[in-house]
Design a protein around this ligand. Structure first.
Ligand code: FE2
Length: 336
């Protein structure tokens, strides 16, 4: 007993030290609202792998992306723009801020998540997270930097349509590199998977005890993207690209380690579409087991790209939550 009494203050002190500055939050603390007041489809533009950096002709890339954004708007308006990671590479703070201001200048709600390259800049991911957390009202970004959840972009956007909760957009940070068990791309950690489960359960309670349909946006594809491609090779009707055939021009660079997030996603029954980037010259959308796996269309020609596979994709969400896609392609010849 004496020993316990002696140990208790030591353990308490250790815990206080280890836990200093770390907080536990409820699922509702990770939620933002997007209020849509029109009837009809919800339209979300996915841009990916912009890789904006200091050495670039940034105005040229912005002019190029304007082609995609303007076409998406002209096709039926836009309710949200999502950039699915690798937003910056070797960018300074001023370049990053200028780019975010350019995104915001379109006067459309926007958000982003991080890729593996976003930390390779003249600023830290924490600095960028802080900028985004404190940006203006059209920037729908929320990360709790003092929580226990791995990553810097785990949050949800609740899309209300004429004041009724309609669909949830879940942004997650697929992390960067793994130097421990193996060298390669990192994976969703167990605390993120648990966070997702709590989020879906909490949202179900908010939605009169009915699971709310959700779409997920992250950067590095789950390992199951390979299974999806294999399934589509045997059944081309699973490929949903509206233009062309949906291409895999490089092997998916998914994590070697499978943390089985996909099993939880299936079990929870909320997410019916997942959209990512990372592999620049893949652009397919596959209906795999009822969940759409969608590689984005690369938004700029930075780092490596197929010049005929640049632009963006509009995800169209109908009233019954069924999904359609508008693949938009442009070339730099149009802006040079
Ligand atoms: Fe990339």
């Amino acid at each position: 007993m004496k020993k316990s009494i002696f140990l208790f203050p030591s353990l308490l002190a250790l815990c206080v030290t280890a836990c200093a500055g770390v907080k536990q939050y409820e699922p509702k603390d990770y939620m933002l609202d997007l209020n849509v007041t029109h009837t009809g489809d919800i339209r979300v533009l996915q841009l990916t792998d912009t890789h904006i950096g200091d050495k670039d002709n940034v105005p040229l890339h912005e002019k190029f992306m304007d082609l995609t954004i303007n076409e998406a708007k002209a096709n039926g308006g836009l309710d949200l723009i999502v950039i699915t990671g690798d937003v910056f590479t070797f960018a300074s703070k001023s370049t990053a801020k200028q780019f975010l201001d350019w995104v915001d200048s379109h006067e459309i709600p926007w958000t982003l998540t991080f890729g593996n390259h976003d930390e390779q800049c003249w600023f830290s991911i924490d600095w960028l997270t802080d900028v985004l957390n404190n940006y203006g009202p059209r920037c729908l970004f929320l990360d709790k930097q003092d929580d226990t959840i791995q990553g810097n972009a785990n949050f949800a956007i609740n899309c209300y349509k004429n004041n009724t909760l309609f669909e949830q957009f879940i942004l997650m940070d697929s992390n960067r590199y793994n130097y421990k068990g193996y060298f390669g791309y990192d994976y969703f950690k167990q605390d993120q998977i648990d966070w997702y489960s709590r989020l879906v359960e909490h949202t179900k309670v908010m939605n009169s005890n009915t699971v709310l349909p959700s779409l997920m946006f992250y950067h590095i594809p789950l390992p199951e993207v390979r299974d999806a491609w294999e399934a589509a090779k045997n059944d081309s009707s699973l490929i949903l690209n509206p233009v062309g055939e949906g291409q895999q021009n490089e092997e998916p660079c998914n994590p070697d380690y499978n943390s089985h997030f996909y099993d939880v996603i299936k079990e929870k029954g909320s997410t019916h579409g997942m959209y990512f980037g990372h592999d620049h010259i893949n652009n397919y959308i596959i209906n795999y087991d009822g969940i759409h796996f969608g590689y984005g269309i690369k938004a700029t020609d930075r780092v490596y790209a197929d010049d005929s596979m640049l632009g963006g994709r509009v995800i169209v969400i109908h009233d019954d939550h069924s999904l359609d896609y508008e693949d938009i392609y442009h070339t730099y010849q149009e802006v040079k």
